[in-house]
Design a protein. Structure first.
Length: 1208
């Protein structure tokens, strides 16, 4: 058979392809898939697996599949059809036999790690189970097929030895399997790997006629591996239609090689498969749309796209556009772009940052553009499309919130605006087309379905979520019900579920669905080209016929309307005269060319622009008449900008710190066996030192605030030698910051840098390769290394690592809930690792130019439990972030990791509002519908979860003391951190400088009461923040998070501003300010022992405090004039985390102090006071230079004197 020019394809889509799909697939869909595959000529289809629904929920309908009449008929009557069923044990086999199954498949892993994760047994135990199944099956006359997984690599153990594969294959053949399928479960294999393995198996006297290839396409090598295996003699290959598949037990694994790709390959090579390629392509498109997922077959997508455009069967489009449409921009604003190409007008929604929400200005400009096209006789069609991720997220909820409960004018204006827009489109005599490139909500659906023709990308969704908000889709209901039908409309409104484009296409509401953006563009252009062959008059009359049927079906109005239209089309000057004449001459009419000339188009464009200019001031809903809400709904938020990486001259291109001239242990990249108890790894410190550092890590680093490991599991892996080199080195480097172990003596800093560097090189060299896929430990190590870099002031290097950690997390699907089949400890470690990456992303994004990369709406994994629950094994009680953000949800959480994440989520919104979007949001912060108001509301929620007022930190600590009275620092860590973030949010919201930045963009009078409130709030929360940190230290808590340094500096700078504006230096308020400010400085001094950047932050705060009197105008209730740019940069460096961590270059524009010419003690030049201090002059000497410039009665000079005398 090896020389045969035919191959046998085993279709595994219905079982292996669907088992990893998260949403439950209907049994009827599975049966239809099996039927279609057989109709396409696939005679070997693996239909299901008899497994526990707890293990694989998707296959819980296995009995329904096997007992379906159509399956029973196939089993009994079709002798050529083979439908193997995967069974894990004899219990599953008995069920299969009861249903008349004629062929079963058994499964083993070549490696131990995957065997334990997948079927919870060793390789030997797995082989014994398979042998028992094969024995009973053979006795019953049932064929047995075998699978061997992880033939090249194991997600837990690494590369698979060749003898391990040979042993598994030989065992399966010996127990009676007629064929063994070789599975590259992770998809890491390459053609050389395939050739090497098959040659090895041949050498072991295992014939290729007994083997099959089962290749996954994780790294795009599957098809190449199929061809290499064919060249080596294999003639049977497993594949999955549409590239369906993956493995729930193999992190990062992608789908199987696509059946379409395999059939196309062999068809082009002249090898017979017996399969109808076009039918398989159609099946791939159908099942991908049914599952609302991309079609992962390259050949299938290409052939489907080709046939969709050329075949009337699939798209009703017969001609490709003969020439590209050349769009000319007529008008462009922040709301819409207005274009035209020939007889086609195009209105593009152009507000992607707020999801193309239908604000009043947006509605106004759409109406204006549409009216302009409607009055233009040279325009025959109007296309409505959109820029950005969303098509349209519906009406402006800020305007809706303003109207709700008020009724009257506000409500009627909103209703009228939406009604006018949709009726204008619906009643237009011109053909209207909506091109939907992304999700649509509420009013966005009305905008799309008031058009005549809808085309959409397959990934778009359509959601009527009004019922969730206590509303209903009132204005748009006439279009939704008309186009969707009563049943589907009712369901969509009541359930508020998202409908797919394929569902609406099946309902006839969408004309065409594209798989990709480029295909959507082609379909759009092709449709517009096709429509030019329909006359404007004929199209207008046809639209009216449909409208008559909808509004007056069977009524006299319909009969009269039809009569009127018939007379119109038969008139001497109608389009029909020319159309019929051309038809008789067998010529196809191009109505666009007939109705337009280049001159007419140019005149029309000029007239259109002149009309827009003249009408701009009289728009019914102008931008001047309404305030536009720029912030989108949280649920419909768009993707943030990616972080802007900045170079650092002290780092190399990989972000690795320069270790030249540092004493560094000679780190190797190889493992020791782990059998030695005296020294686990040859290049690591002695076992006792390693254990001591691990103790330090779980005592002082764990939950501060980042948490990755279950301590017991980590220590067991350490003892067994199962930890990745990169993660252990990262842990050692992290814990060394809090260790005084004598092994390192004076080389602690050097050891930290050396361990961190070698850990990073291990990440790059040992894991960032095609052969070795990343795993959870690589993500953990990368995040820990990012923290080390950031706290050392290497911000660019840290950003590189943070970005990599996020990408690894995405690849491992950490933002999704882990499979329930994983051990509970591993499930929780995956959650903790993701949320630790989330926390770091949020904290280090506290800057103007570094935007966070993880959005809350992308986080579908449940929150981690707190430390005490984690230790007790209660991790099944987790809630989601969405639940925690809901006031109505009683989650029973008062402290710990979940609330730390909740507070960080709110901090991210503060960052976006105050730093990232500072120049775009013009909504006044005192406006109840502003993002500022939303954030303050969320902070009240955080406060209630933390119970800040009811439980002072001193009382909380007592609940976290162990029996011996010692504080349980890992359990306490998140409590202090969450409260710190809570106060930091308020400090940022009401920071005197940031408040000034917010109100200077407001185009209305600033209430002085708001400024006074902001001043008071900033003082209160800065004071409470410093007191929190001070009290925590006083009762023995460990402030192990480097973020506390930022917090202390932020609060200290606010307090300093307040102190220097206090006139009465004997007042209680002044003395309190002085004391708390000194506490903030002391806290930073203590942190400098652990964090390199804390000493830089400490110096920055000292410098700012000495000059804070220069900024006393920030606390005025009246907004002052524009600030000096140098002063502004200095203030930004006191709130921007990245800038704060750099070497202090704080340039305070102090008043110039001229040195007296008759004093030989001072040079004859102008010196700034800070420069004089650098020269060694004390405060008294400086004051003697010019008593008029320095008044010793002012608070700032008294404070300087106290600092100079040691009082500070």
């Amino acid at each position: 058979m090896a020389g045969s020019k035919t191959v046998r394809i085993v279709e595994v889509g219905p079982r292996d392809g669907l088992q990893n799909i998260k949403t439950v697939v209907d049994t009827s869909t599975k049966l239809e898939l099996i039927q279609r595959l057989q109709d396409a000529g696939l005679q070997n289809v693996e239909i299901t697996s008899v497994v526990s629904p707890k293990a694989i929920p998707q296959l819980e309908d296995c009995r329904k599949i096997l007992s379906a009449p159509v399956v029973k008929r196939w089993q009994q009557t079709n002798g050529t059809l083979r439908m193997p069923v995967l069974v894990p044990n004899t219990k599953g086999l008995r069920i299969a036999l009861e249903h008349g199954v004629r062929e079963v498949a058994v499964f083993v892993s070549a490696t131990e790690g995957f065997s334990r994760a997948n079927i919870n047994c060793t390789v030997d135990e797995g082989l014994e189970r398979a042998k028992q199944v094969a024995s009973v099956a053979s006795a019953a006359g049932v064929l047995v097929r075998g699978y061997v997984s992880c033939i090249f690599a194991d997600p837990f153990d690494g590369p698979t030895p060749l003898p391990a594969v040979s042993r598994a294959v030989r065992s399966l053949l010996d127990m009676g399997c007629y064929e063994v399928s070789l599975g590259d479960t992770l998809g890491v294999g390459t053609p050389p790997d395939v050739r090497r393995l098959l040659e090895y198996l041949k050498a072991q006297n295992i014939h290729t006629e007994r083997l099959a290839g089962h290749f996954h396409d994780t790294y795009g090598q599957a098809l190449a591996n199929v061809w290499t295996a064919y060249e080596c003699g294999l003639r049977t290959f497993d594949s999955s239609v549409g590239g369906l598949g993956g493995c729930p037990f193999a992190p990062g694994a992608k789908g199987n090689v696509a059946t379409e790709d395999v059939v196309y390959l062999f068809q082009q090579a002249g090898v017979d498969t017996g399969v109808d390629l076009q039918q398989v392509v159609d099946i791939g498109v159908w099942i991908s749309q049914a599952l609302a997922k991309p079609n992962d077959s390259r050949a299938g997508a290409a052939l489907a796209s080709k046939s969709k455009i050329s075949s009337t069967k699939s798209s009703k489009i017969t001609d490709r556009p003969k020439e590209a449409l050349e769009w000319s921009i007529l008008e462009q604003s922040d709301n819409v772009v207005v274009r035209r190409a020939g007889a086609n007008g195009n209105i593009v929604l152009n507000k992607p940052r707020n999801g193309n929400t239908l604000t009043f200005p947006m509605i106004s400009e759409i109406i204006q553009a549409f009216k302009s096209f409607e009055s233009d006789a040279s325009i025959s069609r109007v296309l409505i499309s959109a820029n950005g991720k969303f098509f349209c997220t519906g009406m402006d909820l800020s305007q809706a919130a303003q109207a709700v409960g008020r009724g009257g004018d506000a409500s009627s204006k909103l209703f009228q605006a939406l009604t006018d827009l949709f009726e204008l489109i619906d009643n237009s005599p011109k053909v209207t087309v909506s091109c939907i490139q992304g999700p649509a909500f509420g009013g966005g659906i009305g905008l799309a379905f008031s058009c005549d023709i809808r085309i959409s990308i397959s990934s778009a969704s359509f959601t009527l979520s009004e019922a969730k908000l206590g509303m209903c889709p009132a204005v748009i209901s006439r279009y939704v019900i008309r186009e969707w039908g009563f049943g589907l409309s009712r369901e969509a409104m009541l359930t508020a579920r998202s409908l797919t484009a394929s569902e609406l296409k099946s309902a006839g509401a969408i004309s065409m669905v594209a798989e990709t953006p480029s295909e959507l563009d082609i379909i759009t252009k092709t449709l517009l080209t096709q429509l030019r062959h329909s006359s404007p008059g004929g199209s207008s009359m046809s639209k009216e016929l449909v409208k008559l049927s909808w509004r007056h079906a069977g009524m006299p109005e319909q009969r009269d309307g039809i009569s009127r239209l018939f007379k119109t089309m038969m008139e001497p000057d109608s389009d029909a005269v020319h159309g019929i004449a051309e038809f008789q001459q067998k010529r196809k009419v191009d109505w666009d060319s007939l109705n337009q000339t280049d001159l007419l188009q140019r005149i029309s464009m000029i007239e259109s622009k002149l009309a827009q200019l003249s009408d701009r001031e009289s728009q019914e809903f102008s931008s001047a008449a309404f305030n536009e809400a720029n912030m989108p709904m949280e649920d419909h938020n768009t993707v943030e900008e990616q972080p802007q990486f900045q170079s650092n001259e002290h780092e190399d291109v990989l972000g690795v710190p320069d270790l030249v001239n540092q004493s560094s242990p000679n780190m190797s990249t190889t493992w020791r066996s782990g059998s030695s108890q005296s020294q686990i790894f040859s290049t690591f410190p002695p076992d006792s030192v390693t254990q001591s550092l691990v103790d330090t890590f779980f005592q002082w680093c764990h939950n501060q605030p980042y948490s990755y490991f279950h301590e017991g599991s980590f220590r067991q892996k350490l003892a067994d030698g199962q930890l990745s080199k990169c993660v252990l080195l990262a842990v050692l480097a992290s814990s060394l910051r809090f260790s005084e172990h004598e092994y390192y003596r004076d080389n602690r800093s050097n050891a930290i840098e050396a361990y961190a560097r070698e850990a990073w090189l291990s990440v790059l060299g040992d894991h960032m390769t095609v052969e070795d896929s990343c795993n959870l430990e690589v993500a953990q190590a990368t995040n820990i290394l990012a923290i080390i870099d950031f706290t050392a002031g290497r911000t660019s290097s840290a950003w590189l690592k943070i970005g990599m950690a996020i990408r690894i997390a995405q690849d491992l699907q950490l933002m999704k809930e882990p499979s329930e089949t994983l051990p509970l400890v591993e499930q929780e470690e995956r959650r903790r690792s993701f949320w630790s990456i989330y926390l770091l992303d949020k904290l280090v994004s506290l800057g103007k130019h570094r935007h966070f990369a993880i959005l809350d709406e992308d986080c579908h994994v449940r929150l981690p439990c707190d430390e005490l629950t984690f230790r007790s094994g209660g991790w099944g009680q987790n809630v989601t972030l969405r639940q925690l953000l809901d006031w109505s949800t009683d989650v029973g959480v008062e402290s710990g990791f979940p609330v730390a994440i909740l507070a960080s989520s709110v901090l991210a919104r503060c960052t976006r509002r105050l730093l990232h979007d500072r120049n775009t949001d013009e909504t006044p912060p005192w406006d109840s519908k502003s993002e500022f108001a939303s954030i303050t509301s969320l902070l009240l929620l955080v406060e209630s979860r933390l119970q800040v007022d009811q439980h002072p930190i001193g009382n909380v600590v007592d609940t976290y003391r162990l029996d011996d009275g010692v504080i349980d620092h890992p359990a306490m860590g998140h409590v202090i951190f969450a409260r710190t973030v809570f106060h930091v949010c308020y400090c940022l919201l009401y920071h005197p400088f940031l408040v000034r930045e917010q109100v200077r963009r407001v185009k209305c009078q600033v209430p002085s009461s708001f400024m006074r409130l902001a001043s008071q709030k900033s003082y209160e929360h800065a004071r409470d923040l410093v007191n929190l940190l001070h009290d925590a230290e006083a009762v023995g808590c460990h402030l192990g998070a480097s973020f506390y340094a930022y917090s202390a500096c932020l609060a200290g700078s606010i307090l300093s501003l307040h102190m220097h504006t206090e006139k009465d230096t004997e007042s209680q308020r002044y003395l309190e300010l002085l004391s708390v400010t000194q506490d903030s400085i002391s806290i930073l001094e203590g942190m400098a022992k652990f964090w390199d950047h804390a000493s830089k932050i400490h110096h920055r705060l000292l410098t700012f405090n000495a000059n804070a009197y220069l900024f006393d105008s920030l606390l005025d209730s009246q907004l002052k004039s524009v600030m000096d740019p140098g002063w502004e940069r200095s203030l930004w460096s006191m709130v921007d985390y990245g800038e704060m961590c750099r070497e202090s270059s704080l340039s305070i524009p102090s008043p110039k102090i001229p040195a007296p010419s008759d004093s030989p003690s001072f040079p004859d030049l102008e010196l700034e006071s800070e420069q004089m201090l650098d020269l060694g002059l004390d405060v008294q000497q400086i004051s003697q230079i010019d008593d008029n410039l320095m008044n010793f009665d002012t608070p700032n000079i008294k404070y300087l004197l106290e600092l100079a005398s040691g009082g500070g």
